[in-house]
Write a protein that binds this ligand. Structure first.
Ligand SMILES: Nc1ncnc2c1ncn2[C@@H]1O[C@H](COP(=O)(O)OP(=O)(O)OP(=O)(O)O)[C@@H](O)[C@H]1O
Length: 275
């Protein structure tokens, strides 16, 4: 067995998200095909696949914004598409486009989730300022969205997600609109924070580089969405350019060998920390 590509095994007891034999149609179109996957508490897990593989649909099923046609989805033991109250405030999400409100400042955007969850104005402001500082936006708190760079906007969007103190954070292509260096710095800052505060994170990406850089485990999805490869990535592997290159090739092969859509980046093996 390849010592780098460790097959993932998860017992039911340590599962935070558990999807079993999940299928989802949109009309006649099959988007998810008997998919099973598990996410443990405290893990960063990447859902990786080509455009249209069904990554966002799997994320929506995990968040409960859509329900499966068949199979079961459980998050912390609850059915996310039915038991909204059990999961209220426990999940947060950030998207490819930052979805910030342009008429609000950075801090006014970052506190939004807390205000929606009925926290007091002062509590929301305090938490928003704290998380803006954690994502390195001190000094930019009172700037409007148009005054911020793309990377800074995504930082606000991540601060907004973290501010509600969720147990589970979903990211949908948050890093992939940004240039290589900005993307790398942001995802490493984010993964450091997530590990420090012990959150669980599921992130969707079509770029192998993003997944190998921060994920503990990677589910590679085929279309219609089903797991065609599941891998663990240790910190030791991340420090080993050859091991990373092997994993990259293995994933690219599973996806179909198209390194462009797979986001191949010849510089990633340098593994430098630019933050
Ligand atoms: N609400 C919907 N109605 C009909 N078809 C949908 C709907 N949502 C997704 N699909 C289809 O399901 C398939 C999977 O879409 P999904 O957005 O989950 O893929 P993805 O892997 O996240 O793609 P991308 O990387 O382009 O965002 C696509 O063919 C898409 O057109």
């Amino acid at each position: 067995m390849n010592p780098i590509a460790t097959p993932t095994t998860t017992t039911q007891s340590d599962a935070f998200i558990e999807m079993r034999d999940v299928s989802k149609h949109f009309g006649d179109f099959l988007a998810v095909d008997q998919l099973s996957m598990t996410v443990r508490r405290g893990e960063i897990v990447a859902l990786l696949g080509r455009t249209g593989a069904g990554k966002s649909t799997v994320m929506s099923l995990s968040m409960g914004t859509i329900a499966p046609d068949q199979g079961t989805v459980r998050v912390g033991g609850a059915d996310p598409s039915r038991e909204f109250d059990a999961l209220r405030g426990k999940m947060a999400v950030a998207f490819q486009t930052d979805r910030l409100l342009p008429w609000r400042t950075a801090v006014e955007n970052a506190e939004l989730g807390l205000l929606i969850l009925n926290h007091s104005k002062s509590q929301a402001r305090e938490a928003a300022l704290h998380w803006l500082a954690r994502v390195k936006l001190e000094g930019a708190e009172h700037k409007y969205v148009h005054e911020l760079s793309g990377g800074m906007r995504q930082r606000v969007s991540l601060a907004r997600a973290l501010a509600v103190d969720p147990e589970l954070i979903f990211l949908d292509e948050v890093f992939s609109q940004l240039d290589h260096v900005t993307s790398q710095v942001l995802r490493r800052d984010f993964s450091r924070i997530v590990r420090e505060v012990g959150k669980t994170c599921v992130f969707v990406t079509h770029r192998i580089e993003d997944a190998l850089d921060i994920a503990d485990r990677i589910y590679v999805l085929d279309a219609p969405a089903r797991v065609c490869l599941a891998l663990s990535v240790s910190e030791q592997t991340r420090r080993d350019p050859r091991a990373l290159a092997d994993l990259h090739d293995q994933i690219a092969q599973a996806i179909g060998g198209d390194t462009e859509s797979a986001g191949h980046d010849p510089n990633y093996s340098e593994n430098q920390d630019l933050s």
